[in-house]
Design a protein around this ligand. Structure first.
Ligand SMILES: C[S@@+](CC[C@H](N)C(=O)[O-])C[C@H]1O[C@@H](n2cnc3c(N)ncnc32)[C@H](O)[C@@H]1O
Ligand code: SF4
Ligand code: SF4
Length: 483
């Protein structure tokens, strides 16, 4: 019997924890003390008996039959989930290989919106990892902004300048090598417009060659068939911004004539190539009324879609782009629409227990607010590392002067961001709207110049969000009484 990892299964070992990620179905799991089992399962098919021999060799004292029984019991559910493949020949394994396709009822990765008990939530792989990373900061994901250049000039864009600066391919490979050795798994390419990089195809391949996942955040205006082929070969995914189903409104956001047609055309070509695409529709004053049409379009293609009304200032604290974001009345209208229509009734969002579960100010102050410098970091085209997408105003180190390992482990700036907890946000700790808000250093910094001082706009939006959810809960209680 032969066994191997499925093509889109990624394994990482973090001390005693093994993290397993199956990309096709977004399957993930964290195992404790299973490292020796996984250490011998590779991408190349290997005989089950040979794998067991190797494990027995590691466990000098354990009888072979016991190891073999535990091995079979352990891997049976993973084989059933097709994250590990097992069969009599290499061809049999290949035939079982799961792959992403739009040619099925629902290829979208469904988010589980059920209300979980606190114990269920704490047992989720994401929660286990979060706890581990909080204690052992690990660079799990990285975003590489490989150029500042862009084909568009979006009204709301946080990028201050679109200089034709490109991160060189060799430097990217150096960073990727270190990233992989440090336990990294997810790589996103962004910018600017990443597909303008002359080596984009080589970069996509280089990421996959290091056994990492690759995602492109792109406007797709210069997406060629060659790039699409590279994404197919690398099992890559794409996130694209589509602002409207009206070409004129989309082009009005991007300030590039014809951009809607280019983007739309590429979305359809990516779909034909069976590449998972997520459509993002940030809402601005000029496009927000049309966002449901973008969502419907995405649905008709069986693509994931998201909208967002949180627009932040530019990375250099210039706030001139914010005249494009929704005012408070428009935000309320949008929130009512999104929350009442799109959030499922059984969502944790409407849980009657939500208020009682809110952390006390004291507990919240001890918690980390996000994963910046805890499990993630970014690198921009000038070679500067920074904490998270959009937060380039706080540099952590430079890849031309320092190794990634040094910036991650030794940089004082990295350590400062990593040490941030709720306690640094005095006003937020005591705030009644905290659970209806995304407390965020980057948004604060870009708008107020201080990462711990929230912009008034975000506080007002959180209060509106709180009111809309409360209103929804009242409606649900009334409806339940009438039944
Ligand atoms: C900076 S772009 C880079 C990738 C690519 N050029 C694109 O537009 O998709 C990444 C995402 O950030 C969003 N974005 C840009 N400026 C923003 C801002 N000020 N606030 C929130 N999101 C923003 C874009 O709409 C896009 O969805
Ligand atoms: S949002 Fe993306 S496409 Fe638009 S200008 Fe900024 S980087 Fe370019
Ligand atoms: S509403 Fe304002 S004060 Fe309250 S948590 Fe959000 S940012 Fe902090």
């Amino acid at each position: 019997m032969l066994m191997r990892l499925a093509r889109q299964t990624y394994v990482r070992q973090y001390d005693e924890f093994t993290y397993l990620f199956g990309k096709v179905t977004a399957f993930d799991q964290v195992f404790r003390s299973a490292g020796p089992f996984f250490a011998h399962i590779t991408r190349q098919p290997k005989e089950r008996d040979a794998i067991i021999d190797e494990i027995v060799h590691d466990y000098a004292d354990a009888p072979r039959e016991t190891v073999a029984r535990d091995f079979d019991e352990f891997f049976a559910p993973l084989i059933a989930q097709q994250v590990i493949l097992s069969g009599n020949s290499a061809e049999e394994l290949d035939a079982q290989e799961p792959f992403f396709t739009y040619d099925c009822d629902d290829p979208k990765t469904k988010k589980d919106e059920r209300i979980l008990t606190p114990d269920e939530a704490a047992a989720l792989p994401a929660a286990l990892l979060e706890k581990y990373f909080a204690e052992h900061p690990t660079l799990f994901e990285i975003q590489l902004d490989i150029t500042q250049a862009c084909t568009e000039r979006c009204r709301h864009c946080y990028v201050p300048e679109y200089n034709p600066i490109f991160l060189p391919y060799d430097k990217i490979c150096e960073v990727l090598d270190e990233f992989r050795v440090m336990g990294g798994i997810h790589v996103s390419l962004s910018g600017g417009e990443c597909m303008m990089h002359k080596d984009i195809i080589k970069i996509i391949k280089a990421i996959r060659a290091r056994d990492c996942t690759v995602a492109c955040l792109s406007n797709l205006t210069v997406c060629t068939d060659e790039i699409i082929n590279a994404l197919v070969e690398a099992d890559g995914t794409v996130q694209v911004s589509l602002y409207s189903m009206s070409p004129a409104i989309h082009d009005e956001v991007t300030r590039r004539k014809g951009s809607w047609l280019e983007t739309m055309n590429a979305i359809l070509r990516l779909r034909a190539a069976q590449i998972p695409v997520r459509i993002s529709c940030p809402c601005l004053r000029i496009n927000y009324k049309g966002y449901p049409d973008v969502m419907k379009f995405a649905d008709s293609l069986k693509m994931d879609a998201q909208t967002d009304f949180i627009i932040m200032g530019k990375q250099d604290c210039d706030t001139s782009n914010l005249c494009n974001r929704l005012n408070l009345d428009e935000t309320r209208t949008l929130l009512q629409d999104v929350i009442l229509k799109a959030v499922p009734m059984n969502s944790e969002y409407f849980s009657p227990g939500k208020k009682e579960q809110m952390l006390s100010a004291g507990e919240w102050k001890k918690r980390k607010v996000c994963g910046a410098c805890v499990n993630s970091m970014c690198l921009n085209a000038t070679g500067e590392y920074y904490p998270c997408p959009g937060f380039a105003g706080v540099p952590l180190g430079n890849c031309y002067n320092d190794s990634l390992r040094h910036v991650w482990l030794e940089s004082e700036a990295t350590k400062r961001i990593r040490a941030v907890t709720g306690a640094s946000f005095g006003k937020c700790a005591e705030c009644k709207d905290r659970d209806y808000c995304s407390v965020c250093m980057c948004r604060n910094f870009n708008e107020t110049g201080d990462m711990f001082t929230p912009a008034e706009h975000f506080c007002k939006v959180a209060a509106i969000n709180h009111e809309v959810v409360d209103e929804k809960q009242r409606q649900m209680i009334e409806a339940a009484k009438e039944e």
